[in-house]
Design a protein around this ligand. Sequence first.
Ligand code: UDP
Ligand code: MG
Length: 331
Amino acid sequence: MPENTEAPLLAIIVPCYNEEEMFPMTCPTLVQLIDGLVNKGKIHTDSFVCFVNDGSRDKTWHLIDSVCNENPKRVKGIKLATNFGHQNALMAGMMTMRSECDCMISIDADLQDDISVIETMVDKHAEGFKVVYGVRNKRNTDTFFKKFTAQLFYRFMQRMKVKTIYNHADFRLIDRVVVDQLALFGEVNLFLRGMFPVIGFASTEVIYDRKERLAGETKYPLRKMLSFAWDGITSFSTYPLRLIFIMGVVVSFFSLLLAVLAVIPVFYGKTIQGWASTVIPIFFFSGIQIISIGLIGEYVGKIYKEVKARPRFIIETIKNKKTRTEEQGNK
Ligand code: UDP
Ligand code: MG
């Protein structure tokens, strides 16, 4: 089939942080994949992959830069001024390249997500879906710990009334119209996978097996994973505030019950020693008050960050971008 210039122009956005070991594998694999889809006439001949270097301390940018020079048609690069985190790097890629494409796929540099379903995503897009979520069917290759914490995370998110797609991370196709809507979201605490269900549009899922990381190591240690989960909840849900209210009701009821129980011994003529019934509640209520204040503090902290409205990312260099209008991370 000849090259199809009517087909949608696809941009694959890949955030990279210290990925010098993976990059030499990832880049040719994605370029080849794009070439294949172009030859099949499924995507526009100018489709490309854009690597976002998220302040890597190794040779990652050097590698991206030289591939950009070798193959400017297929490879573009963005260098962030420092490490802004996976979500912000992805946002930088999407916001910078949205004027250059009709749809985008975001994927991690380690290629743990099955790239063979990219073709299915493109097909689904052609059917009219504006968002195609990549969903893992099993996690055989993940460690028990990662699997367990991930399941716990999705359950907890559901409990906290945050709309998320079960077992979907950041491997997805989005149409340009969706990216344009995303650009209107001004928040600084990014939790992208929670934002697309809020934006809406016709969406579907494709199922794939998640593989092991081929080289390098995870950039998401437990500490980052926990803070990411916490961001997901506190950026999307005010349910914890409701929980304080519920806790308050329960505690008040409990103290009523205690009052009733304290009266009963009076009928038997026994006096209450007083120590336990005084000291224990003091500790109990103090604890609850501190937890509640802490939780409110979480939200106040978020408001503080949002009010400062710092740019979400700062770009140092862009390689091979056609249009001159440069977008920055600020709103
Ligand atoms: N990443 C990033 N900035 C960071 C941490 C990670 O851009 O501060 C990128 C990383 O290079 C990879 C993706 O985010 O492409 C996912 O990271 P990783 O594979 O280490 O996470 P895991 O799959 O272990 O959850
Ligand atoms: Mg990974």
